[in-house]
Design a protein around this ligand. Structure first.
Ligand code: GUN
Length: 290
C-alpha cells in the first residue's frame, strides 16, 4: 500500500480563498473589516517567522492586522495594559499573543486577560472549559486545522479509534477533545509512554504532536491507518521533518500528511477563520444590543 498524501497547502489555499470572499462580503454588508492584533515579545527567530506568516495571510484575506512588538524584558504590567486596551478596541476582533513568552512573563495571567470573545487562539481558560463541555467558542487553530483536513479528505471520525501522541495544551489535549466531540474513541499518549507502539498500532487515525523526529515508525502503525503528523522539527542539517518516518509509514498508511506542507499551513488558515467568525459575532451582538 502507498498512502495518499494529504496536501495541506492545497486545502489551506481553498479555505483561504473562501476567507477572502467571506471578508469581502462581510465588509460590503457592514462596513467592518475584521481585525487581528498580534503581540510578539522578544526576538525568537521561529516566532518572528510565524508572526510574519500570520500577518501576510491576514493581508491576503482582507483582514486588518496590528502587530505589537515588545522588548523581551517587557514588564508583565505593560503587556497586561496593552491587552486591556486591545480588549476595548472595537477595530480588534482577535488578539493573539505569540508563544513561547520569556520566562519572567506570567503566561497564564496574560492568556486569561484576553477577552474570551477575542481569544481566537482558544487558549483562555474559559475557552478551554467550553471546549471540554462541547460549547466551543474558538477551537485552537492547529487541532481545528487537523479536523478540517480530515473533513476535506472525506475521512470519517465517528466511531473510529483515534490515538493522539503528545499531550500539550496547544495541540494534543484540545485535539483529543475535538475528536471526542465528533464521537471518536480517543486515547491520548505522552511521547514518553512506555511501549508507545502498543497504543499506536490500534489506531484507525493516528495524530502525532510530540516534537520528536522519527518517533513513529512503520511497525507502530496499523495497515490502512490515517496518519496526521503535527511535528515540525529542524534537524542539524537544516532539514525540516515531522515526528513520523514518512517514507516507511507511507507504505503502511492509507493517508498521510507530509512535513512541511501538511498540518502547518492549516494553523494560520484556521486563525483567519476564527478572526472572521469573531468579527461576525461582534457585529451580530452590536445589532442585538441596539
Ligand atoms: N506558538 C506555537 N503555536 C502557537 C499557536 O498556535 N498560537 C500562538 N499564539 N503561539 C504559538
Amino acid at each position: 500500500m502507498t498512502a495518499r498524501i494529504i496536501d495541506g497547502r492545497a486545502i489551506a489555499a481553498v479555505i483561504r480563498a473562501e476567507c477572502a470572499d467571506r471578508t469581502r462580503r462581510f465588509e460590503e454588508r457592514t462596513g467592518i473589516r475584521p481585525g487581528l492584533a498580534v503581540i510578539l515579545v522578544g526576538h525568537d527567530p521561529a516566532s518572528a517567522v510565524y508572526v510574519r506568516n500570520k500577518v501576510r495571510a491576514c493581508e491576503a484575506a482582507g483582514i486588518h492586522s496590528f502587530t505589537h512588538r515588545l522588548h523581551e524584558k517587557v514588564e508583565n504590567e505593560e503587556l497586561l495594559n496593552l491587552i486591556t486596551r486591545l480588549n476595548a478596541d472595537p477595530s480588534v476582533h482577535g488578539i493573539l499573543v505569540q508563544l513561547p513568552l520569556p520566562a519572567h512573563i506570567d503566561m497564564a495571567r496574560i492568556l486569561e486577560t484576553i477577552a474570551p470573545s477575542k481569544d481566537v487562539d482558544g487558549f483562555h481558560l474559559y475557552n478551554v472549559g467550553a471546549l471540554v463541555t462541547g460549547n466551543t467558542v474558538f477551537s485552537p487553530c492547529t487541532p481545528y486545522g487537523v479536523v478540517k483536513l480530515l473533513e476535506h479528505e472525506g475521512i470519517p471520525v465517528e466511531g473510529q479509534n483515534v490515538v493522539v501522541v503528545g499531550a500539550s495544551n496547544i495541540v494534543g489535549k484540545p485535539m483529543a477533545l475535538m475528536l471526542m466531540a465528533r464521537d471518536a474513541t480517543v486515547a491520548i499518549c505522552h511521547a514518553k509512554a512506555r511501549d508507545l507502539a502498543q497504543f499506536t498500532i490500534g489506531a484507525d487515525i493516528l495524530v502525532v504532536a510530540a516534537g520528536v523526529p522519527g518517533l513513529i515508525t512503520a511497525p507502530m502503525v496499523k495497515k490502512g491507518a490515517v496518519v496526521i503528523d503535527v511535528g515540525i522539527n529542524r534537524l542539524e542539517d537544516g532539514k525540516i521533518v515531522g515526528d513520523v518516518d514518512f517514507a516507511g509509514v507511507s507504505r503502511r498508511a492509507s493517508h498521510i500528511t507530509p512535513v512541511p506542507g501538511g498540518v502547518g499551513p492549516m494553523t494560520v488558515t484556521m486563525l483567519l477563520v476564527n478572526t472572521i467568525e469573531s468579527a461576525e459575532r461582534f457585529y451580530a451582538a452590536q445589532r442585538t444590543a441596539s
